[in-house]
Design a protein around this ligand. Structure first.
Ligand SMILES: NC(=O)C1=CN([C@@H]2O[C@H](COP(=O)(O)OP(=O)(O)OC[C@H]3O[C@@H](n4cnc5c(N)ncnc54)[C@H](OP(=O)(O)O)[C@@H]3O)[C@@H](O)[C@H]2O)[C@@H](O)CC1
Ligand SMILES: [K+]
Length: 483
């Protein structure tokens, strides 16, 4: 599959070392040129470069070196460059000399600026942005309303591998990184702004061993199941949905509505909201119980089913079936109390918890390293696990499997009932025979796309019904990106 890969800092360091160009500063020179080009483009897009005011906040490592050498290039182009050294005695010597030689200057505080460059820390950083540096950013923002912040490699204070946004941390409008994207660029995307990856000649193997990966839109669009000439409703997969209740039919309507829109296969509903479901979605075939529902190729169970004896009975029935099962919401709460049900599974299981359900399932809080947590949970449960969030993570239980990430691109999907829709989409994909992790990643992409389309530009708040209504358009956009 055509994927984006996000290596760890250790893997990036190895790739940089493998070039043999680290010690003579070749890589830093390339990084600085790429950074300068990006800053010049940002200035040009906003009125030109000559005489514009760029401030550099410089830390004590090579991240500051990149910024200083880039500053030298900018100064030679007539940009007014000033640098504030957070730890003057530890600032990169060669970079500082280059900046001064090109006409840049060091300052104790910034005047009014057009662009502020964060060269405090990159992949060598840990923990929050130090207080003295944080004060510089706060002061510059006060002085220069509308200031554009450009992060070198990473916004300082954001952990490169976990994407944890410490307090304080820099929030960037643009992040310029080198060779390969870092995990934080997808795990903490809102903090990074637009990300530009500059080629510094790391070679094609630099991200080969990255565990964290994402599918491209093109790949999702090309793989989306659509009916072929020989297909009938059964051949495209039948999904069975157990969701909602007579008193609360909403989850049932959203989940089945999403499944109906996601593929052309057949959708069955089994449960106490059957009448409400068929009244809203006449194409759905209903039953009162999963045991009476007829044949399916995948089950979805959990949204809004409650945690009473009837819900547990239905969960037992569904998990006893030798077909893939997606368990969500109340289903996960029940599973946390009845782990033996998972152990007896004969076909793949997909669990789709949010952070709270994840903690219930594993018996411990999620922690800061979401990638490690989702891998651990998949290995422990033997199930594929989709951990919901702005960056949704998906891990299969097989050792060596990648973790697939879907960065939602917006937060419009954070609304009640949104998860019910996600389950329905993924369930329909599971029924077509896609591997659980791939079905989950593709479903998450369409789900976030639908939220984005429903919210519009500029966005307005949406309910989950609007998201479900936009699923068809989201699939159309992805399929058209695949040509
Ligand atoms: N290697 C390469 O090939 C290439 C590398 N490149 C560039 O180098 C960068 C990596 O450089 P690096 O290794 O020098 O580390 P870096 O990110 O500057 O930070 C370390 C310094 O920060 C300090 N510090 C730590 N935490 C802190 C905090 N919270 N707040 C404040 N300070 C903190 C820490 O201080 P200490 O803990 O030692 O007291 C240490 O001095 C990389 O991101 C990229 O930009 C490019 O040129 C391309 C080629
Ligand atoms: K930085």
């Amino acid at each position: 599959m055509d994927v984006m890969r996000y290596p760890t800092v250790a893997q990036i360091r190895t790739a940089e070392q493998d070039t043999g160009l680290l010690d003579d500063g070749v890589l830093m020179g390339r990084a600085a040129r790429g950074l300068a080009v990006a800053i010049l483009a940002a200035l040009r897009a906003d009125g030109g470069t000559y005489g514009r005011r760029v401030g550099l906040v410089i830390g004590s490592g090579d991240n500051g070196g990149d910024a200083l050498y880039a500053g030298a290039i900018l100064a030679r182009r007539g940009v007014d460059v000033s640098a504030l050294l957070v730890q003057p005695e530890r600032a990169h010597r060669g970079g500082l000399a280059a900046l001064r030689g090109a006409g840049g200057r060091t300052v104790d505080r910034f005047g009014v600026l057009d662009i502020l460059v964060d060269g405090v820390v990159g992949i060598g950083g840990s923990g929050p942005l130090h207080a003295d540096a944080a004060a510089v950013f706060a002061g510059a923002a006060r002085n220069s309303p509308g200031l554009t912040v450009v992060a070198v490699d990473l916004p300082s204070g954001v952990d490169a591998d976990t994407g944890v946004v410490n307090d304080p941390a820099v929030r960037a409008d643009l992040t310029v990184t080198f060779g390969v994207p870092r995990r934080a660029h997808v795990l903490a995307a809102p903090q990074c702004g637009r990300v530009i990856v500059v080629d510094i000649g790391l070679g094609p193997g630099a991200d080969r061993d990255a565990v964290l990966q994402s599918l491209s839109d093109l790949e999702v669009g090309a793989a989306w199941p659509v009916p072929g000439p020989a297909d009938d409703k059964y051949r495209q997969g039948v999904v069975g949905i157990v969701a909602g209740s007579a008193a609360y039919p909403g989850a049932a309507l959203l989940c089945t509505g999403a499944a109906v829109r996601a593929t052309s296969g057949m959708t069955r509903y089994a449960g106490p909201a059957a009448t409400a479901v068929v009244n809203r979605h006449p194409e759905v075939v209903i039953a009162d119980e999963p045991a009476a529902a007829g044949k399916v190729q995948a089950w979805v169970i959990g949204p809004g089913i409650g945690t009473d004896d009837a819900a547990l009975r239905r969960l037992r029935t569904v998990l006893a079936a030798d077909v893939p099962v997606l368990v969500d919401a109340d289903g996960i709460t029940l599973l946390a109390r009845h782990r033996e049900l998972l152990a007896a599974r004969t076909a793949p299981t997909l669990l789709t918890p949010h952070a709270g359900e994840f903690a219930r399932l594993t018996g411990r809080p999620l922690g800061v390293d979401r990638v490690a947590a989702v891998l651990g949970c998949a290995a422990d449960t033997g199930a594929t696990v989709l951990l919901k969030g702005r960056a949704t993570l998906i891990a299969a239980p097989e050792a060596g499997s990648p973790v697939l990430v879907n960065e939602a691109g917006s937060s419009w999907a954070a609304t009640a009932g949104s998860g019910d829709a996600l389950s329905g989409i993924i369930g329909a994909l599971l029924a077509t025979g896609l591997a659980p992790a791939v079905a989950a990643a593709m479903g998450a992409r369409v789900h976030s796309g639908a939220a984005h389309i429903a919210a519009g530009t500029p966005g307005v708040p949406i309910g989950a019904s609007a998201l479900v209504a936009a699923i068809s358009e989201a699939i159309r956009v992805l399929r058209s990106s695949a040509g």
